[in-house]
Design a protein around this ligand. Structure first.
Ligand code: SF4
Length: 196
């Protein structure tokens, strides 16, 4: 249990650092609030099987790796839980349609998954939503990945969603050549879209 707590704290700290690098006081308040809540509300209900498990999977000759925050035992069955620091808690619908969770199920054969939203509101909150991934969810996940690979094989690289935390000046090494250019092109692009 100690290991789960340490790893979760490390994970929270990393995610908070990614979103809150300048405001040290804000970071400390959030970190302390969330870890306290997590120790009280989540930790006692866990029965850990594996922490930060590394899993590899191959689709159409392309290798994928996933790091699972926690494989947990819940009601006599295994489940995969993921911790996310978010602005607003994930709803049941959002969690049920997450490709990330379908992918976890696909590569582990564990169909029960869940997202623990660690909400970075003024008063931090924690909210767990559990989900079940059907065979249809997993088949759709493979379909989406194959489609993506097809595009990449044809030298088409789709742009990231802005929700992806890696699409950021700090983390993306292609920033200057990609999204960073928008700052320069802004006026022209906006005029162009208005004319259409
Ligand atoms: S800035 Fe980087 S992460 Fe964002 S779309 Fe461009 S290449 Fe992808």
């Amino acid at each position: 249990m100690e290991e789960v707590r340490d790893v979760c704290r490390k994970n929270m700290s990393r995610q908070l650092n990614e979103i809150n690098t300048e405001n040290v006081k804000g970071y400390e308040t959030l970190y302390n609030g969330l870890t306290k809540l997590w120790d009280k509300e989540i930790l006692p209900g866990l029965d850990p099987v594996a922490v930060e498990a590394e899993k590899w999977y191959e689709i159409n000759g392309c290798k994928f790796v996933a790091y699972l925050d926690l494989i947990n035992k819940y009601k006599n069955r295994e489940e995969i839980l993921d911790w996310k620091i978010v602005k607003k808690k994930k709803s049941d619908n959002e969690v049920n349609s997450m490709l990330q969770l379908s992918f976890y199920s696909l590569i582990t054969d564990i169909n029960n998954t869940g997202i623990c939203s660690l909400t970075k509101t003024k008063k931090p909150a924690i909210h767990m939503v559990r989900s079940y991934n059907t065979d249809e969810d997993k088949i759709w996940c493979i379909t989406v990945i194959r489609d993506l690979l097809k595009g990449i094989n044809m030298r088409y690289f789709p742009l990231c969603s802005t929700e992806n935390y890696l699409c950021n000046e700090k983390y993306c090494e292609y920033w200057d050549r990609c999204r960073g250019k928008v700052v320069v092109k802004k006026e022209n692009e906006l005029n162009w879209s208005k004319k259409k």
